[in-house]
Design a protein around this ligand. Structure first.
Ligand code: ADP
Length: 841
């Protein structure tokens, strides 16, 4: 509370006219202003001023509604309070207005008005002689002698009595108590009148009481009335617990006019039981010492709050959450490696490498019984079973499983919670997950860690680091909880589509296990062993009702889906099941609804006569529509200037056509298809190499000239134009495509290729070989051209893919071209490249 000691106010003051409330010296009140004059005052005086004096304004209460502000100025109240504006907040909603926080300093009287526009400026006379307030009660002196002294003493005692009836643990009350002894007694009427429950009219009376004696006289009855009211309340409380609890209320420092804080004693009675129950729950939640202390403190605060206060619900929710959290509840691990192996094998077909590593991980855990170690991170395209392996791990351990989707999370409070000071604050996903599973040692699957965002609200990756770090996570502190929770028993597993976008610090904590896409054959097995039985069960069907023969499944895999994983395959099988379920249900309905006499006849008509319903090619087309993907490779390679490349995306490998055309021009190269810088450079490299070797390979321009670019413009296009592409691995494809264009020869329709090129015509290794080769295999390609130094990657390929495909390992572009054209792509014998000559030496 501002003490006005020693302040001399200017004798010209801008006046704030308000009908909202009465500011008394020594209190702080919030005013909302929106009338033109007051807005001008704020804009031109408060916001523009630079000195302390410019923040002092006069507040004149009880003026008429300032809506009719255009009128000539209404007669003004003659006495006001000079105050210092300590805060100005502007807002445009619902209409432009400012909210001012003003601390009253001293009374003044308006001597004469100087101007009325843009705001009211007046000549004023300071009324409270501030220097007389310098004596403090602490020195034992009183405000005056005689009657005034006696009055002030009575007033002081009444105030002490009032405080004695209130609960000292409420901060406002404690503050009031402190103030009472440290403030000069002369200021007490103003301070007390602004704090106890008084009407504006009463406050105005206190304001108008210029003489100190009169002020004490006016304020004393208000104080006594408050004391009487409180006594009455306490008496009636004893008789009935439900009496109106709001007889006494004290404004918090007078800061919020109209918002009153109930300072009554504890709410006993019906709430009492409730609170006692909550307390029992808190005591029974077996939480650590520190958390228990916080809970009991909050509970004590809660007991003192009226239920209508917004903070009540907040605190209550907090306590309920604290009680629900599994502080020391855990499941018992039942780890048997042999059983785990069987379970993993039963749940998942193929993915041997991954399963082996998971078993190793589990075995180490069994021997060491500690969780410290790397966090497993499964990286691979969607639908390859990353989540489902995570779930199996939880099952083998006998633990609860919870998935936390991190895709798009860009606010660290998503992980670590909001502080409880916000309205609508909540705990983060980790704590929420623990509450959901109800034990403190679940398996948490952090899904899509590669899609974490970053924003002004902090970096969620940094928060995750704390969660995952075994050195720190035993005392993870969620902002909402504000006490540490031990996460060291939680088993974290992460999944991602690519490691490229995982924040490096996070990646450093994890052991990456690649989960590549599946071959057609693997998909077929997965479909028949897992997906079809699962989908049948989910749709309430049995194998006796629906039969999906192998070649139909094969058809679904190759003509209705094109993906690395099996997610859309699963969806298509689901669609087939739904269609069959309708047929089966129709049959049932007829059977049930038919009166027994006609049963035979009706059933013959409507029920599907034979079970199981076999899904052949025709049925497939009926249910799923025309095939979405055809084996288009051969169709598209019918013109010179088209070649087939292999690309890697986070969604798995893909085949990619490269098209080129030429027309008369000035040797310009146009590239389309949203290419990145690296890819554009590869295109220039390809052209340069071909021009340099044009004679060797007999490449010509449009009119047969020896420089393929002379008088010619080239256009290179990478279809799926909406997808951004980058990377060096399309180099060999561009060379092949352009060589085809410049020579007029067709590229073999069953060849796909990948590899980076250099200006000297060498072919350099690239990444993602397994995914790329699988994509080529899916698309029905027969020959795959790969960089020689990628030979070691072939080992990872399934045997049947290795057997189906013809791999050409190219060391330079000559090898690539020879492999890509029927009958080779001969260079002139005389200039044949060096390796062959040197090999003879
Ligand atoms: P991801 O998390 O990799 O995107 P999911 O784990 O959600 O993929 O897998 C999608 C579906 O495919 C699940 O129903 C899963 O059971 C099934 N699935 C994937 N791979 C296999 C597999 N090797 N064996 C059996 N089912 C699999």
């Amino acid at each position: 509370m501002a003490s006005a000691g020693g302040i001399q106010i200017p004798n010209r003051l801008p006046l704030l006219l308000t009908h909202e409330g009465v500011l008394l010296p020594g209190s702080t009140v919030r005013f909302s202003v929106d009338s033109p004059r007051n807005m001008q005052l704020v804009g031109q005086r408060l916001l523009k001023g630079t000195s302390l004096k410019s923040t002092i304004i006069g507040v004149i209460p009880n003026t008429r509604d300032p809506e009719q502000d255009s009128d000539p100025l209404p007669p003004l109240h003659q006495i006001g309070t000079a105050g210092i504006a300590v805060q100005v907040v502007g807002s445009n909603w619902p209409k432009p207005h400012y909210t001012l926080l003003i601390t009253g300093l001293c009374r003044f009287r308006v001597s004469s008005l100087l101007t009325e526009r843009p705001f009211v400026l007046a000549e004023v006379e300071q009324l409270d002689k501030l220097e007389q307030y310098t004596t403090s009660t602490a020195d034992g002196a009183t405000a005056g002698d005689g009657e005034l002294g006696e009055l002030s003493q009575r007033f002081y005692q009444a105030a002490v009595q009032l405080l004695g009836m209130l609960d000292m643990s409420v901060p406002v009350v404690a503050k009031f108590r402190r103030l009472l002894d440290s403030l000069p007694r002369e200021t007490l009427p103003d301070v007390v009148a602004s704090m106890i429950r008084t009407s504006n009219k009463e406050k105005l009376q206190v304001l108008d009481a210029v003489s100190l004696e009169e002020r004490f006289r006016k304020a004393l009855p208000m104080l006594s009335r408050q004391i009487e009211g409180l006594k009455l309340l306490q008496k009636s409380r004893k008789m009935s617990p439900d009496t109106d609890k709001r007889v006494l209320s004290v404004r918090k420092g007078g800061v919020f006019p109209g918002r009153q804080f109930n300072l009554d004693e504890d709410d006993e009675g019906e709430d009492g039981d409730d609170m006692a129950a909550l307390e029992r729950k808190i005591q029974g939640a077996s939480m650590p010492e520190a958390a228990l202390r916080v809970c009991l403190k909050e509970l004590k605060r809660l007991k003192k709050m009226p239920q209508s206060m917004p903070e009540y619900a907040l605190t209550r929710n907090y306590l309920e959450l604290m009680v629900e959290l599994p502080w020391s509840k855990s499941t018992k691990d039942c780890l048997d490696i042999r059983a785990a192996r069987t379970l993993l094998d039963n749940d998942h077909y193929a993915m041997d490498k991954l399963k082996r590593r998971v078993l190793e991980y589990l075995a180490v855990r069994q021997l060491k019984t500690s969780l410290k170690g790397p966090i497993l991170c499964f990286v691979g395209p969607p639908g390859v079973g990353k989540t489902s392996v995570g779930r199996s791990i939880a099952r083998t351990l006998g633990r609860e499983f919870h998935r936390i989707a991190l895709g798009g999370v860009c606010d660290q409070s998503d992980i670590r919670g909001h502080r409880r000071t916000y309205v609508g604050s909540m705990p983060g996903r980790i704590i929420n997950g623990l509450k959901t599973v109800g034990v403190n040692n679940p398996v948490f699957l952090l899904d899509e860690v590669d899609k974490l965002g970053k924003s002004l609200q902090g970096d969620p990756a940094a928060a995750l680091l704390e969660v995952l770090d075994p050195e720190q996570n035993h005392s993870f502190t969620d902002h909402y909880l504000n006490v540490a929770f031990d996460l060291s028993q939680v088993l974290f597993i992460a999944t991602a589509n690519t490691t490229a976008t995982i924040p490096p610090a996070l990646l450093d904590r994890m052991e990456v296990l690649q989960v590549p896409g599946y071959t057609q054959e693997e998909k077929l097995e997965i479909a028949h062993r897992h997906l079809i039985p699962n989908q049948l069960e989910q749709h309430g069907l049995t194998p006796q009702q629906l039969l999906l023969p192998q070649d139909s499944t094969q058809d679904v895999i190759s003509r209705y889906t094109r993906e690395a994983g099996v997610r859309s395959l699963e969806r298509k099988i689901g669609a087939i099941c739904r269609a069959v379920a309708v047929k089966v249900a129709e049959g049932h309905r007829v059977k049930e609804a038919t009166p027994s006499g006609q049963e035979q006849q009706q059933e013959d008509k409507a029920a599907p006569p034979e079970m199981p319903i076999v899904i052949d090619h025709v049925a497939l087309k009926d249910i799923l529509g025309p095939p979405l993907f055809e084996m288009e490779v051969s169709e598209r390679l019918t013109l010179p200037g088209v070649a087939l490349g292999l690309a890697w995306t986070p969604l798995g490998g893909e085949i990619m056509f490269v098209e080129a055309s030429r027309m008369e021009g000035e040797g310009q190269l146009t590239l389309t298809g949203q290419l990145g810088d690296v890819m554009k450079e590869s295109a220039h490299l390809a052209i340069s190499w071909l021009r340099a070797n044009a004679r060797t390979y007999q490449l010509t321009n449009l009119v047969g000239g020896p420089d393929p670019m002379e008088g010619t413009d080239i256009h290179l296009h990478f279809p799926a134009g909406a997808v951004t592409k980058d990377g060096p691995s399309a180099g060999v494809t561009m060379v092949t495509c352009l060589a085809s264009l410049f020579s007029g020869r067709l590229v073999r329709s069953d060849v796909a290729m990948t590899g980076e090129i250099t200006l000297r015509g060498l072919v350099l290794p690239v990444g993602g070989i397994k995914d790329k080769v699988l994509a080529a295999h899916r698309a029905g390609v027969k020959r795959v051209v790969l960089p020689k130094r990628n030979e070691k990657d072939l080992e990872e390929l399934p045997a049947n893919v290795q057997a189906d495909l013809d791999f050409v390992m190219a060391g330079n572009l000559d090898d690539v071209l020879n492999a890509s054209f029927d009958g080779g792509f001969p260079a002139k014998a005389s200039t044949r490249s060096h390796p062959q000559i040197s090999s003879k030496l």
